[in-house]
Design a protein around this ligand. Sequence first.
Ligand code: ADP
Ligand code: MG
Length: 470
Amino acid sequence: MTAPASTSQDFASLSLTPAALANLKLLGYEQMTPIQAASLPIALLGKDLIAQAKTGSGKTAAFALALLSNLNARRFAVQSLVLCPTRELADQVTQEIRRLARAEENIKVVTLCGGVAMRGQIASLEHGAHIVVGTPGRIMDHLQRGYLKLDALNTLVLDEADRMLDMGFFDDIAVVARQCPTERQTLLFSATYPEGIAKISQQFMRQPQTVTVAAQHDSNKIRQRWYQVRESERLHAVSAVLNHYRPASTLAFCNTKVQCRELVQVLKAQGFSALALYGELEQRERDQVLVQFSNRSCSVLVATDVAARGLDISQLEMVINVDVTPDAEVHIHRIGRTGRADEEGWAISLASMNEMGSVGKIEQLQKIESEWHKLEELTPASKEPLVPPMVTLQIVGGRKEKIRAGDVLGALTGDAGFTREQVGKINVNEFSTYVALDRSIANEALQKLTVGKVKGKSVRVRLLDDESLA
Ligand code: ADP
Ligand code: MG
């Protein structure tokens, strides 16, 4: 039951307010992405919907615009609930909803995730929330203790449903869904379509329409190459690839956590700046890893599929399939992380003889023949080590201390005398602020901020991963 894709890509074809349309222009959203064009007309009619499209295809706005249009800002009650698998995805969704909600009056979005004290969350709920975004476990906590009430709810969103199922959240989702009014809209978004999704839809959705945007990429933007390796050569082949192509940002996929850890060790030993992302990291470590990678102060992020799913990371020059995935769909998702928008990207895959069966399945699905190259062709393009352009400086203190990005930029470009161009991305988290600095000024900036002030106060600062500093 696949709904026909809407013919118009134009946001103006939807029943959105002029203010919402103007805000989309401001955000640079010129046209709907294919999944938005396929799902928004259905979602805006209030129908239940299952939408499947690859990571990075704009699924958040596809449900955010629908739930915002259903919302009455004058009614002080939770009207939408978005369930996400992890805190960082919940944060990303909250930010996107806030951006999209700017057109409307005072819409309050509250994030409820584990790993953070309940107290502040309870206070935020008491101040009134229209939209709640969070992870199933913490949402259940708030429901059970009576802090969160869902009787006015009109939209329930299950975002990254496949990943929530992977993480064993089915029962929690069921508990939460049963507490929602039966008269409601349920929207389910997913990158893949595992079995559990049919079960969710049977139990908690009402005659949902399904829209799917096929996971095929513009093959002109992703240049794929395959290298045959022996098992013993695999990890060292990754550094050969990096030295040859010299990408500034690479996401390297391994099939297991153990492989991730080993690869990071090998890369670090060879002077690369590499970090691992896998399930069991503490939240604070995950945050730091993601900040450093996304602000270009780490060259290689080594991840498992589960850890990387759903993350919105742009500007990737390269994806490396360190191991071939046995699931051809997963391969398509992996390589789709590079070559987005108008940038070109490399997708490099390493395959051993044992993996040729999987390679065959991937070829069938992609309907293109693999382009094979020899490891011997990989020659270092430079004698200089590959270093990331930026370094991350951590300031102890964040939103809790009312630090804003502008304060930090002000301190660096004011008293400290640096230029705007020498400062990169600034991430203000709850308790910490992370600033990307041009590598050439990192040490000087550290010294100046150590003795200087941010927002009139002395702050504690340190460079993350200073071992990689020259
Ligand atoms: P998904 O949930 O499918 O992985 P996201 O919702 O995270 O994808 O969107 C990926 C990126 O695309 C985000 O940075 C978002 O701001 C951007 N984006 C979404 N819709 C549009 C659009 N219509 N035009 C331009 N950029 C968009
Ligand atoms: Mg998403």
